[in-house]
Design a protein. Structure first.
Length: 590
C-alpha cells in the first residue's frame, strides 16, 4: 500500500508577523465562519494566558490557490489583491488579537460593531474587562489597545503611567522597576509564538471541514454555506455586506419616521439562511454542495477554474440576491404567512419551511410573473402545508432540490400553481386528515407544528377565544406589548385534578389535546376545578347565548358534553376534531 502523503505543513509564526500578514491581505480574516461571538471576558482570558506564557492552541490555515481577480477579505487597501491563506480554525483568537492590537471594532452575532476593551493593571499583572470603575482608577490601563495602536513609544507609555499612578501614591524604585518590567512583558506579547497547520490548496472544502471537526471538537461544524460566504468575501464583498446589513436591520424595529426595514415578527435571518434562498432562486438548487465549485468558476467538464465563468456565476447570484433582499418582495411574502393564519415567530416550527417558501414565492413572482393575488394564496397554502407536515425537517436540502426540479422547466404561471397543488394533494390525502394528523396530535410538545397549524386555522375561521368575545387573532397579535401574555395555554382538565384522580404522568397530562387558549384572567379563575364543575358556571354565564357557546365549542374542537367524558376518551375524540379544524382552516385557503 502506497504511503499517504500529508495534506498540510507546519509553520511557526510570531504574533507581530501574523498581524502584518492580515494587514497586507496575505491572510484572509475573518470570513470563513460566522461573526465574532467571543465575549470580552474570553478575550481577557486569552491575553492572561499569553501573558503567563501558556499555550493557546494551533491555528489552521487553508492555502488559497491563486485565482486571478479575487478581492481581499475585509476591504481596504491591501498589498495582496487576494489572500494566500484563509483561516479555518482560530478565527476567534486571531480576530481578538487583531482587533486589540490594531484598535479595531468587531462584528458581533447581531451584526453590530463593538469595541473590545481589555484593561491591564501593571502593578498586579491582572487583566480585566474595562468598566466605569476601572476607567476611573489610575492604576489601570483601561484599554491595552492604546499601547500598540496609539503610535506612542513603549518608553513614553511607561513614563506616563508611572507619573499617573504616582499621583495616587508614591512609588519606590523597586515598584517602578517591577511596573516597567510588567509593561515590557505586555509589549512583548507581539513576539508571542504561534504554530499554524497550513492545508494544501489541492484539498477541497469538504475535506477542510472534516479536518476542522477532527482537530477542534469544541468548534461549530463548518458547512457549505460557510465556504460560500467566504467566496462572497473574497470575490464579492459588497454582496456579503448587503446580506449582513439586511440581517442586522431585521433585528430591530424601525423608529417612527424611519424608512421601511426588513424587521418582522417571524424571523431574524442570518446571512447563510438568505444565501440559501438566493441560491435556490438563482441556480435552482437546494443542495449547496456543488454551488461552491460553481461560484469558484470551475468548469464541470475540464475542472479548470475560469475567471470569466466565475464572474458570470456571481452575476447570477447578485441578481438573485437583489430579489431576495428587495423589501417589497420580503414584506409581500411575509403577508402571505399572515394571510395563512400565522402571526409571529412563536408559530413557526421550521425556519427552513419559511425560507424555502420564500424561494418558491420569488420563483413565482420574479420568473413566472404569477399575479400577486394568486401567488399570495398559493404560497400561504404551501407554507401551511410545509409547516404542518414538517416537509423541510429531515434532509431539507434534498427535499428542496426535488421541489425545484419539479418547477425548473416551467414557463407559465398556471403550471407553477398546478405543480404546487399536486405536491400538496399527494400528501394531504383523506387518510392523512383522518388517521395521520390525529396521531401526530398525540404529543405533549409545546412546539408541535400541528398545534401551530391548529391555531392558524382558528385564525382563518375567525374563532373567538374560548369563553370570550375576543378573536384569537386579536390576542396573539405580536405588536401587542403587555406585561403578561393576553392568551395562555390552559389545561381543560386541570393538572392538579388529573394528578389526584387520573394520572401523574406529565406526558399524558400535557397532551396537546388537553390545552386551549384562554385569556389569562379566565385561566386564573378556573384554577384546579374539574371541568364538570367550572363548566356549570360558564354555561350559566352563557344561559341567554347558548348558540354562541356552542359555536365557540365547535371552533375549539370540544366534543359535545366533553366535561363529563373519561379523560382518555376526551383526548381521542378531541384530536379528531382538532384535525377537522385544521383541515377546515387549510381548505379556506383554496
Amino acid at each position: 500500500m502506497a504511503d499517504q502523503k500529508t495534506c498540510f505543513k507546519r509553520v511557526d509564526y510570531v504574533l507581530s508577523d501574523l498581524l502584518q500578514y492580515v494587514d497586507l491581505g496575505d491572510i484572509g480574516l475573518p470570513d470563513i465562519q460566522r461573526p465574532f461571538v467571543w465575549s470580552n471576558a474570553k478575550v481577557r482570558d486569552l491575553f492572561d494566558s499569553m501573558y503567563k506564557g501558556f499555550p493557546v492552541g494551533y491555528l489552521l490555515f487553508w492555502e488559497n490557490a491563486s485565482v486571478p481577480g479575487a478581492r481581499q477579505i475585509g476591504g481596504g487597501e491591501k498589498a495582496h489583491t487576494y489572500p494566500n491563506r484563509l483561516i479555518v480554525d482560530g478565527q476567534q483568537r486571531l480576530t481578538s488579537l487583531f482587533a486589540v492590537f490594531r484598535g479595531r471594532t468587531v462584528l458581533d452575532s447581531d451584526y453590530r460593531e463593538r469595541a473590545i476593551e481589555i484593561a491591564f493593571n501593571p502593578k498586579t499583572r491582572r487583566f480585566d474587562v474595562a468598566d466605569a470603575a476601572i476607567r476611573r482608577d489610575p492604576e489601570w490601563i483601561s484599554n491595552i489597545s492604546d499601547l500598540w495602536a496609539s503610535g506612542r513609544s513603549s518608553r513614553k507609555i511607561v513614563n506616563d503611567y508611572l507619573e499617573q499612578v504616582s499621583k495616587k501614591a508614591a512609588l519606590t524604585d523597586d515598584e517602578e522597576e517591577e511596573i516597567a518590567h510588567n509593561l515590557d512583558n505586555l509589549f512583548d506579547l507581539q513576539r508571542y509564538p504561534f504554530t499554524a497547520l497550513e492545508i494544501a490548496p489541492t484539498v477541497d472544502e469538504e475535506e477542510v471541514a472534516d479536518i476542522f471537526v477532527r482537530i477542534n471538537s469544541e468548534g461549530v461544524k463548518l458547512n457549505q454555506a460557510d465556504f460560500i460566504l467566504t467566496l462572497l468575501s473574497v470575490f464579492w464583498d459588497q454582496g456579503r455586506a448587503e446580506l449582513e446589513s439586511f440581517c442586522r436591520a431585521a433585528r430591530k424595529a424601525p423608529s417612527p419616521g424611519e424608512p421601511a426595514s426588513p424587521f418582522n415578527h417571524f424571523i431574524e435571518p442570518d446571512p447563510d439562511q438568505l444565501l440559501r434562498v438566493s441560491i435556490a432562486l438563482g441556480f435552482l438548487r437546494g443542495r449547496l454542495k456543488s454551488v461552491y465549485q460553481i461560484l469558484r468558476g470551475r468548469h464541470p467538464d475540464t475542472g479548470e477554474v475560469s475567471a470569466d465563468l466565475r464572474d458570470a456565476q456571481f452575476a447570477t447570484l447578485a441578481e438573485a440576491q437583489g430579489h431576495v433582499l428587495n423589501l417589497t418582495n420580503w414584506h409581500q411574502f411575509l403577508s402571505a404567512l399572515i394571510g395563512a393564519g400565522f402571526r409571529s415567530g412563536e408559530m413557526i416550527s421550521s425556519q427552513n419551511a419559511l425560507l424555502y417558501s420564500y424561494a418558491l414565492y420569488l420563483f413565482g413572482r420574479v420568473r413566472l410573473k404569477v399575479p400577486e393575488h394568486k401567488l399570495q394564496k398559493a404560497i400561504g397554502r404551501w407554507f401551511f402545508f410545509a409547516s404542518l407536515t414538517g416537509r423541510y425537517t429531515n434532509s431539507p436540502e434534498s427535499v428542496m432540490d426535488a421541489d425545484l426540479n419539479r418547477i425548473k422547466g416551467l414557463t407559465a404561471a398556471d403550471a407553477f400553481l398546478t405543480v404546487l397543488d399536486e405536491l400538496i394533494a399527494n400528501e394531504l390525502t383523506n387518510d392523512y386528515w383522518a388517521i395521520t394528523l390525529p396521531s401526530q396530535l398525540a404529543t405533549s410538545s409545546a412546539r408541535n407544528p400541528q398545534l401551530f397549524a391548529y391555531v392558524a386555522s382558528q385564525n382563518r375561521i375567525g374563532a373567538n377565544v374560548l369563553f370570550s368575545h375576543k378573536k384569537v387573532s386579536e390576542l396573539i397579535d405580536p405588536s401587542l406589548r403587555t406585561r403578561k401574555k393576553a392568551l395562555e395555554r390552559h389545561h381543560l382538565f386541570p393538572r392538579a385534578y388529573l394528578e389526584e384522580h387520573v394520572t401523574q404522568d406529565q406526558t399524558e397530562i400535557n397532551q396537546t389535546a388537553n390545552f386551549a387558549l384562554l385569556e389569562w384572567p379566565e385561566n386564573i379563575d378556573i384554577g384546579k376545578k374539574p371541568p364538570s364543575e367550572y363548566m356549570v358556571e360558564i354555561r350559566d354565564r352563557f344561559a341567554d347565548r347558548e348558540s354562541e357557546l356552542t359555536a365557540m365549542s365547535i371552533a375549539h374542537a370540544l366534543p359535545e358534553a366533553w366535561e363529563a367524558m373519561p379523560y382518555a376518551d376526551f383526548l381521542e375524540k378531541r384530536r379528531g376534531l382538532m384535525a377537522a379544524i385544521i383541515r377546515k382552516g387549510f381548505s379556506s385557503l383554496e
